[in-house]
Ligand binder design. Structure first.
Ligand SMILES: Cc1cc2nc3c(=O)[nH]c(=O)nc-3n(C[C@H](O)[C@H](O)[C@H](O)COP(=O)(O)OP(=O)(O)OC[C@H]3O[C@@H](n4cnc5c(N)ncnc54)[C@H](O)[C@@H]3O)c2cc1C
Length: 95
C-alpha cells in the first residue's frame, strides 16, 4: 500500500495519507431474516427493543449484535443475553 486518497466533500479537495497500515471495516449487516416479519427494525436493519429488551412483538426479546443500539462487543452481547433471560422470567411470571 502506497497511500489512501480521500475526497473531502466540504473543501472539495483530495487528501492523501500515507499510514503504516490500515484496518478495513466493511460494516455490519444484521442476520435477522428469521424474525424480519415479526419485529420492528431501525434503518440499518437492527431489531428495536424497549428498555426491557422486548421487541415490538410481546414476549419476543432480542440481545446482542442484532439489537439496535447495542455496542457490538462480545462482553456486552453475553451480558445482554443474561439480562434478557431475567426479562423473560419476569415476563412469564406476570402471565
Ligand atoms: C472480526 C471481528 C472481530 C471482533 N472483535 C471483537 C473484540 O475484539 N472484542 C469484542 O468484544 N467483540 C469483538 N467482536 C464482536 C463480537 O464478536 C460480537 O459482539 C459478538 O459475537 C456478538 O454476539 P451475538 O451472540 O450477539 O452474535 P453472534 O456471535 O453473531 O451469534 C449469533 C449466532 O446466531 C446464529 N444464527 C443466525 N441466524 C440463525 C438462525 N436463523 N437460526 C439459528 N442460528 C442462527 C449465527 O450462526 C451465530 O452463531 C468482533 C467481531 C468480528 C466480526
Amino acid at each position: 500500500m502506497k497511500g489512501v486518497k480521500f475526497y473531502d466533500k466540504d473543501t472539495e479537495k483530495d487528501i492523501v495519507l500515507h499510514p503504516d497500515g490500515v484496518f478495513i471495516f466493511i460494516g455490519l449487516k444484521p442476520n435477522v431474516d428469521i424474525v424480519k416479519d415479526l419485529v420492528a427494525c431501525d434503518e440499518g436493519g437492527f431489531i428495536i427493543t424497549k428498555t426491557n429488551m422486548m421487541t415490538s412483538t410481546p414476549g419476543l426479546f432480542a440481545a446482542g449484535d442484532c439489537r439496535s443500539g447495542s455496542t457490538k462487543q462480545a462482553a456486552a452481547a453475553a451480558g445482554e443475553g443474561a439480562a434478557v433471560a431475567l426479562m423473560v422470567r419476569d415476563y412469564l411470571k406476570k402471565k
